[in-house]
Design a protein around this ligand. Sequence first.
Ligand SMILES: [Cu+2]
Length: 135
Amino acid sequence: MSLNKLVSGLLSGVVSIMLITHAMVAETGSQISNNGSFNVTVLKDLEPEPLREFVEFKILVIDVNGKPISDADISLSGGMPAHGHGLPTKPIITAIGNGEYLIEGLKFSMMGTWELNFEIKSKEVSDTAKFTIVK
Ligand SMILES: [Cu+2]
């Protein structure tokens, strides 16, 4: 192997590691759904997102064997339990393939603790996953 090839090989390895690290940092976190059917990952750290603006993010849904669930019917509810109110907007969720779903139109209207509850219905099973976000 030439020195050039060796160096470019090493560099692409470094870039791959940086991309993997970036992907991990970008996750708000993963949750196993309440009945253990799905692993749901929010693919953006929502806590630094601005208040009173629309937030757009993706989630990844896989089953217990790691298989992406691409054809689920997903709805999102939530709000602030301490304030007794729900979400100020009605987010739209679109399947974009490979187990990923795009969420548009979410808005955090004030500081405090928010809950996001994803209700996920696949062909086989229905389950929910809850995320807590502190703004
Ligand atoms: Cu509130």
